[in-house]
Design a protein around this ligand. Structure first.
Ligand code: ADP
Length: 415
């Protein structure tokens, strides 16, 4: 099956086309055919499209909405321009898999989208007002482009964390707030944590039930997950993706009383305070310079900028604190895994997060750490290190394509 994987944002669409089926999944022989991004939809959009193994072709196009973007992707993919021999007409796309941010408590697995499922996803809008509506628009756009007959599957960021026990997902708030409004920890980046946990057990050749680890997804958004016997048992993001680690522009954990305090002092409404925590905090807020870790590292190195150094230090310290907490939560893990743009590429940040963890038995191998970036995967601790560390580039799209195939065939998904 050729699966179109869509990740629809408010003004962007990221996509991949992956050829896979049940046999290819079993053999780990899925084939990526194409990938690309379309940004600034609604005006003169910026388009980058590439067939596998080719450099991206960049262009601009006037695109009104998500539907126009999906049409452009399909027109390109099926044209001789793309050179993808498996795709000649729209009928060569056999299913669509969507990344959907919030599945609430209803979705612990991916699911074939029906009218009823779409209504349930709409019910979760309350919990993710920025994300779920744009994901729904993507589903509707694909339905318009491909027709109602083409199978579409929703893969939720929250689903992998539905195994959290109640003592980990409940906040210490009046219980009726959970009962009335489902206020609890949901966690996000689930497909990424799930992918690297899956890949880890492949690399180690171990069973799911023997998989005990801590996964750190460090990108613009950052989160940690504690995984015991293959299941997520705790994660740092909460009701929304604001809680937990320091992120590019998000604060992560703060004392909740700060909201009212700064609201009063600065004359900000609750919405403005939330915007401040989401958009003006984190690495950007501390440094006053940028949310981009690469630029911060350069600033710290070249100009010894004090606040750039501080932002990096707070980022790494918070991550290290969570590793400690989750090692206790798991009851002893075998490894920690780094992924996401920062986790995959920055040996320096990984080294700083791991600094001082030798007493736990984490013995970083500087050479392996330095060599593992740019999409490379592997062990970065010394052989025999009691707590191992790995870099595993994430591949959420692959899991979305595989879940899509499994849902279409009605077979159980492997988490
Ligand atoms: P998103 O969460 O939006 O998918 P990414 O996972 O691509 O983002 O991560 C983006 C972050 O990764 C940025 O802060 C960027 O600076 C950082 N990053 C990418 N490459 C490097 C690198 N070589 N060194 C340090 N940080 C890097």
């Amino acid at each position: 099956m050729n699966v179109l994987v869509l990740n629809c944002g408010s003004s962007s669409v990221k996509f991949q086309i992956i050829a896979t089926d049940l046999e290819q999944i079993a053999l780990n022989a899925d084939k990526r055919l194409a990938r690309g991004t379309i940004e600034r939809i609604g005006g003169e959009a910026i388009v980058a499209l590439s067939a596998e193994g080719q450099d991206p072709v960049r262009s601009t196009a006037s695109l009104r909405d998500t539907r126009a973007a999906v049409e452009l992707i399909i027109r390109w993919a099926c044209s001789s321009d793309s050179g993808i021999s498996q795709l000649n007409t729209i009928a060569d796309i056999h299913a669509v898999g969507h990344r959907v941010v919030h599945g609430g408590e209803r979705f612990a697995h991916s699911i074939l989208i029906t009218d009823e499922v779409l209504r349930w996803i709409e019910d979760c809008i309350d919990l993710a007002p920025l994300h779920n509506p744009t994901n729904i628009k993507g589903i509707q756009a694909a339905k318009e482009v491909f027709g109602a007959g083409l199978p579409q599957v929703a893969v939720f960021d929250t689903a992998f964390h539905q195994t959290l026990p109640d003592y980990a997902y409940l906040y210490a708030l009046p219980y009726q707030l959970y009962r009335r409004y489902r206020v609890r920890r949901y966690g996000f980046h689930g497909t990424s944590h799930r992918y690297v946990a899956y890949r880890f057990r492949q690399l180690r050749n171990i069973a799911r039930s023997d998989t005990n680890l801590i996964t750190l997804h460090l990108g613009n958004g950052c989160s940690v997950a504690a995984i015991r016997a293959g299941d997520s048992i705790d994660t740092s993001m909460g009701l929304t993706p604001l809680e937990g680690l320091v992120m590019g522009t998000r604060s992560g954990d703060i004392d909740p009383a700060i909201c009212d305090f700064i609201g009063g002092k600065e004359g900000l409404s609750p919405q403005e305070v939330e915007t401040l925590l989401n958009k003006q905090s984190g690495l950007l807020g501390i440094s006053g310079l940028t949310n981009d870790m690469r630029e911060l590292l350069a600033e710290a190195e070249e100009n010894n900028d004090r606040r750039a150094r501080l932002a990096i230090e707070i980022f790494c310290y918070r991550a290290r604190k969570y590793i400690g907490a989750y090692l206790a939560g798991v009851g002893g893990a075998d490894a920690i895994v780094f992924t996401g743009g920062i986790g995959e590429n920055s040996a320096e940040i990984r080294a700083r997060i791991c600094a001082g963890l030798n007493w736990l038995g984490l013995d970083l191998d500087d050479e392996r750490n330095a060599m593992t970036s740019d999409g490379r995967e592997g062990l970065i601790t010394k052989d025999g290190s009691r707590l191992a560390a790995y870099v595993i580039p994430t591949d959420e799209e692959l899991l979305i394509a595989r879940d899509t195939v499994r849902c279409v065939h009605g077979v159980a998904q492997r988490y």
